[in-house]
Design a protein around this ligand. Structure first.
Ligand code: AMP
Length: 439
């Protein structure tokens, strides 16, 4: 199948061709006709599958059709809710990329940047809003946005939004959009909570499901290096140097851990940057750009910060610490080998993490290859210690005004960790105009 078979209008086909794409990915081939028909959609799809264009393209098509245009001149007509700032930026970028030959206006609404420019853009009139729930509610409270004209609603990465404690915010927003509308729900996983949300929201939805492009078992070579807790930094430096890894995404459990590791790598002469919720939007974007351009070779990130980073063909992912939630492991290693290329995922595992490793292997239904680097053999006398959670990174709600825990603490996870405290990351960057207009 080609994009030209999907019945998309010429302006969209031109924008797709500008991107150099001709064949829709499986999720696009399945989702686009459903959305064009006006049906509700429940899609099981992860980052890396091309899901974003799977909803932005048909939404742009629907909004661009002439009769619809005359209905709602000044109110936003499509609302796309996403869990993180990074994803808001990326989804908005997709809207702009594919909508560049259309006259629709769009804005990205997220916290951590000045609200003023967003208000300005909203007041001037937009057709499409891409938003994180917290900041959108701020706008609702300030009456800078009116959702009564919404025709299409998307919940993107719905599982993440629930994990991050956004359910109450989502419910408040759902109460403000018209009952009669088209709703699309995208989620990597389908827990009971997601199903409950879907049941309340979707009407006779069409379900589509695609395997991730890079099913971990196939495209990503996974290995575990057993090492003592206190020697992980040293081992990582050695692995990077020995194998000449030039673009490595390293996951730590905590923001503090990300900073400390990045600093240590720097001292070892390895160019590195940390990416987490305490960094301003500007700092994060710079770190990401530098990493993409190989000005820094190692990006040390927390799960939340790394979510939605779109870097094609990332060759190496390192779990400096295993995640508490096994599914996060799959998300993490899904950063490598995207778009069909192969990648390698390496986990440094100390005695504290054996249980987490067992959980992950149980979920994968296979054992991961184990390695020991000579000179780094684990000392059998070292006893396991409880893992420090420092889980602020998970509660990375992008709103600064929320009282601690005020948005409902993210749910407790298996693995023995304490539930996260609701310390919303409050990166208050300088005023940053996130609005964009299409001409
Ligand atoms: P997503 O899953 O939406 O985050 O997209 C993952 C990556 O796939 C992005 O870099 C897209 O630009 C890319 N992509 C989306 N659609 C296609 C396509 N039809 N052909 C090739 N690459 C695509």
């Amino acid at each position: 199948m080609q994009f030209t078979d999907l019945g998309l209008r010429a302006e969209l086909l031109r924008a797709i061709a500008d991107q150099g794409y001709d064949t829709p990915t499986p999720i696009q081939a399945q989702a686009i006709p459903v959305v064009l028909e006006g049906r509700d959609l429940m899609a099981a799809a992860q980052t890396g599958t091309g899901k974003t264009a799977g909803f932005t393209l048909p939404i742009l098509q629907r909004l661009a059709s002439a009769d619809a245009l005359s209905l709602q001149k000044f109110k936003p007509r499509a609302l796309i809710l996403v869990p993180t700032r990074e994803l808001a930026v990326q989804v908005h970028e997709s809207v702009r990329t594919y909508g560049k030959h259309l006259k629709l206006k769009s804005v990205a609404i997220f916290g951590g940047v000045g609200i003023g420019p967003q208000i300005h853009t909203l007041r001037a009139g937009v057709d499409i809003i891409v938003a994180t729930p917290g900041r959108l509610l701020d706008h609702i409270n300030q009456r800078s946005v009116n959702l009564s004209g919404i025709e299409v609603l998307v919940l993107d990465e719905a599982d993440r939004m629930l994990d991050m404690g956004f359910i109450n915010d989502i419910r408040k927003i759902l109460a403000l959009v018209p009952k009669k509308k088209q709703s699309l729900l995208f989620s990597a996983t389908f827990s009971d909570d997601i199903r409950a949300l879907a049941t309340g929201l979707l009407r006779e939805p069409v379900s589509v499901e695609v395997a991730r492009r890079n099913a971990p078992a196939e495209a990503v070579a996974q290995s575990v290096y057993h090492v003592d807790r206190d020697r992980k930094k040293e081992l990582l430096v050695q692995l990077i140097n020995d194998h000449n890894w030039h673009q490595v995404l390293v996951f730590t459990r905590t923001k503090h851990g990300a900073d400390a590791l990045s600093e240590r790598l720097g001292k070892a002469g390895i160019k590195s940057a940390a990416l987490h919720g305490n960094k301003s939007q500007g700092q994060r974007q710079r770190a990401l750009e530098d990493f993409k351009r190989l000005k820094v070779n190692v990006l040390v990130a927390t799960d939340i910060a790394a979510r939605g980073i779109d870097i094609d063909e990332l060759p190496h992912v390192v779990n400096y610490e295993l995640p508490h939630v096994s599914e996060d492991y799959v998300h993490r290693i899904g950063r490598t080998g995207r778009a069909g290329s192969s990648g390698a995922a390496v986990s440094l595992v100390c005695v504290d993490e054996h249980r987490l490793l067992r959980d992950i292997e149980r979920m994968l239904k296979k054992e991961i290859e184990k390695r020991v680097v000579p000179g780094f053999e684990p000392d059998p006398r070292i006893k396991p210690e409880p893992i420090q959670t420092g889980r602020g990174a998970r509660g990375g709600a992008p709103r600064s005004s929320a009282p601690a825990g005020g948005r409902g603490a993210p749910r407790a996870k298996p693995g023995g960790g304490k539930p996260a405290r609701g310390n919303a990351s409050t990166g208050k960057g300088a005023g940053h105009h996130s609005g964009a207009r299409h001409h």
